[in-house]
Design a binder for this molecule. Structure first.
Ligand code: SF4
Length: 705
């Protein structure tokens, strides 16, 4: 393939949040024909996983939308429309719905997939022009608990650690995180570091995941009881005097309240709830607390729970008690899901205003209003509905119009039968996506074809706060437009939008973000697009002051909160927060005797809108399946590769059985990527702080088909 390639273009992978630097090779006609990792990039050092290796196939893959489409009824055929007609129709529908039912009756649900300049512009449009408070992202399905937990503990979102911490740690605990499948290149970074320094890996997961197979200790915890185990580890640490009192005194508040709460979780009591024997709890607590530097990492096993936010706070508590925030190799690091989930958290205004500003903070509203040319009184004074509350509000009739940007709730939301009925109720549904054949498009009145990944330019932020750039590989497919141009086109339909500045040039948008970042935790004022590319990504903060002093962006890894009392709560102290365990999940019973767990496969990403079209990814993983323990299957008379019906209180799905010891006898596991499959069954009870659904914990029964 190399012989055909005339030019390599720099980009950042558009799937997971590892943030691998990638180059796309194009032939003499400008057709993308190859992908390769960037050798001198800090993150991936030339490596790519199976998704990145075939990413160039995305541009010409099947199902792309090439022209705007409209229809007045979802049962009619779509008609082709011009962009002007689409923008006019969409704006008139937004105005009609808002004039009739109120400003918040039109909702927007965005994604973690588009470029940060697009996010920032969408936030400006949603908050400063359209004026709905019901604006959220699909990151509520993956990272909302991490955001909420960081804010509660540290006073701000923002993962404090970095990948380089693997190279300095003395102990790693992975909670509900299966790196080899979810984040293969982070796994490779960890594995390389572990081979050199031989630190222990402890995996906490009810399933024997690929990571658990590589662990020194695997704790097969009872689903939904992480907080009990965390409290018990802290109980042992405090009972044996293993905490770091100097760090606690200098950096935290709330120690006495936390200590009083964890007294209730001695290992004998905790063991009965979380299913981990008492000696193991003690051993893990000692191993973790006595390590010089120790890391907690987590992914959806913690976040997608009825107490996901508490789980994140629990890990922060553990890290703070042992002085493991702000030092090399000691951190509490959420391994993010989507390629730009971080960018949306920083700049999209979904739950606030750009640059980690809050709607609840008057000065933040004034500052942004002044900068954008919007009366600060136009902004709501607290955040509106999360994505998971927007759909119930459609059911009740409070929301009549919905704009979905790069998200596919017909596959990704829990209880999809309910979502189907909900979408049918909308007076106006707009789907903006690169693919016309995403399942949710069936319910749209307007379809806006969006340029995909490297058909546009801008930045992503990855798990370790590294901002990296995507350069344009080719022009947008057909008549599709970049998200930035779509948002700007719509803004011009509104009088307020015409008064404000909506630059079409992504450099100008980035300059606005740089200006607004000055003095914030997420300070990117020292970065430019060219500097980011030259450095193959730069971690924030990187400030204009550093540039003025001649400080180059740091190679390796940069941490937050490295100086005492620099947390973002008033007084600079992090909060130690007591976490009483509330047992509120749907659990297996006589009627529905199995836990249902769900998760990712290495070949696929989210609802397969992209990887389902890319030949190699699909060849390796073409069909959904259900993992089942062979002993349980024998009891039920179920054979390997037979088909069964899985039934929950919400719905049913027919899947092929894969017999494996990966799952305990009481559990089945189904990957979440496939349409009309596991999310027909999931309950999705919501975390009270983050509103994130508990995808991984519900009860099912199995029947022969
Ligand atoms: Fe892309 Fe993630 Fe794979 Fe890296 S690990 S190539 S970022 S999907």
């Amino acid at each position: 393939a190399d012989k055909k390639i005339e030019k390599w273009t720099y980009a950042t992978c558009g799937y997971c949040s590892t943030g691998c630097a990638i180059e796309v090779g194009t032939d003499k006609d400008g057709v993308p024909v190859g992908s390769r990792g960037v050798a001198d990039a800090d993150v991936n050092r030339g490596k790519l996983c199976v998704k990145g290796l075939f990413e160039h196939e995305l541009f010409e893959s099947a199902g792309r939308g090439d022209v705007p489409l409209m229809r007045s009824n979802i049962h009619d055929e779509y008609q082709e429309a011009s962009w002007d007609e689409s923008f006019e129709k969409m704006a008139s529908e937004i105005k009609r719905i808002q004039d009739t039912y109120g400003p918040d009756s039109f909702a927007i649900v965005s994604t973690g997939q588009i470029l940060t300049e697009g996010f920032y512009t969408l936030g400006k449009l949603a908050r400063g022009v359209i004026g709905t408070n019901n604006y959220d992202g699909n990151t509520t399905l993956c990272m909302a608990s991490a955001v909420s937990g960081y804010k509660r503990s540290f006073g701000s979102d923002g993962p404090p650690g970095c990948y380089e911490d693997f190279e300095h740690t003395d102990c790693l605990i992975a909670w509900g995180s299966n790196l080899p499948e979810q984040h293969p290149i982070i796994y490779w970074r960890f594995k390389e570091a572990q081979e050199k320094r031989k630190f222990p890996l402890i995996v906490i997961d009810p399933r024997v995941t690929m990571l658990a197979q590589n662990a020194d200790m695997h704790l097969a915890i009872t689903p939904g009881t992480d907080v009990v185990l965390m409290n018990s580890l802290m109980h042992v640490i405090l009972a044996e005097g293993l905490e770091d009192q100097d760090y606690i005194k200098a950096n935290t508040t709330g120690f006495d309240e936390l200590a009083a709460e964890v007294k209730n979780y001695d290992p004998i009591t905790a063991s009965k709830i979380c299913g981990i024997d008492e000696d193991t709890i003690r051993n893990v607590a000692r191993l973790y607390a006595k390590a010089g530097a120790a890391m907690n990492i987590w992914t959806m096993g913690i976040n997608q729970s009825t107490h996901g936010s508490d789980g994140v706070v629990g890990l922060n508590n553990l890290s703070l008690l042992t002085g493991n925030i702000g030092k090399k190799g000691g951190t509490s690091l959420s391994i993010t899901g989507q390629c730009n989930a971080m960018g949306t958290r920083e700049w999209s205004s979904c739950s606030g205003l750009p640059g980690y500003r809050l709607l609840e903070n008057e000065q933040d509203r004034i500052d942004i209003g002044k900068y954008w040319g919007v009366d600060p009184e136009f902004f709501p004074k607290k955040r509106g509905l999360a994505q998971t509350d927007i759909f119930p509000a459609i059911e009740t009739g409070a929301i009549k119009g919905l704009w979905l940007v790069g998200t596919n709730p017909m596959t990704s939301m829990p209880n999809t039968a309910r979502i189907r009925k909900t979408l049918e109720k909308l007076e106006c549904c707009v789907v903006q996506d690169s693919y016309l054949d995403v399942e949710t498009t069936q319910y749209a009145h307007i379809f806006l074809p969006a340029a995909i990944w490297a058909e546009k330019e801008g930045v992503f932020t990855n798990t370790e706060r590294r901002v990296n750039i995507i350069r344009k590989v080719k022009e947008p497919y057909g008549q599709s437009k970049t998200d930035l141009h779509i948002f700007n086109g719509l803004a011009k339909q509104f009088e307020q939008g015409r008064k404000m500045n909506f630059p079409d040039n992504f450099h100008e948008v980035f300059d606005e973000m740089r200006e607004l970042s000055k003095g914030r935790l997420v300070d990117i004022s020292g970065m430019t697009h060219d500097l980011i590319e030259q450095n193959k990504g730069i971690q924030w903060p990187y400030t204009q002051e550093q540039v003025d002093k001649g400080e180059k962006p740091l190679k390796g890894g940069k941490r937050l909160y490295t100086e005492p009392a620099t947390f973002r709560h008033p007084g600079g102290r992090a909060k130690l927060i007591p976490l009483p365990f509330i047992d509120n999940n749907e659990k297996p019973d006589e009627q529905y005797p199995f836990w249902l767990n769900s998760g990712r496969l290495v070949e696929h990403f989210h609802s397969r809108t992209r990887t389902g079209k890319v030949g190699n990814n699909n060849k390796y993983s073409p069909t959904p399946f259900m993992e089942m323990n062979p002993d349980t299957a024998a009891e039920q008379g179920i054979e390997h590769q037979s088909y069964v019906r899985v039934i929950s209180r919400r719905g049913d799905a027919v899947v092929m059985v894969m017999l494996t010891q990966r799952v305990p006898r009481t559990m089945v596991f189904i990957p979440f990527h496939f349409f009309d499959c596991v999310n027909r069954l999931t309950l999705g009870l919501l975390d009270p702080h983050s509103r994130q659904p508990a995808f991984k914990q519900c009860a099912v029964r199995i029947e022969h088909v």
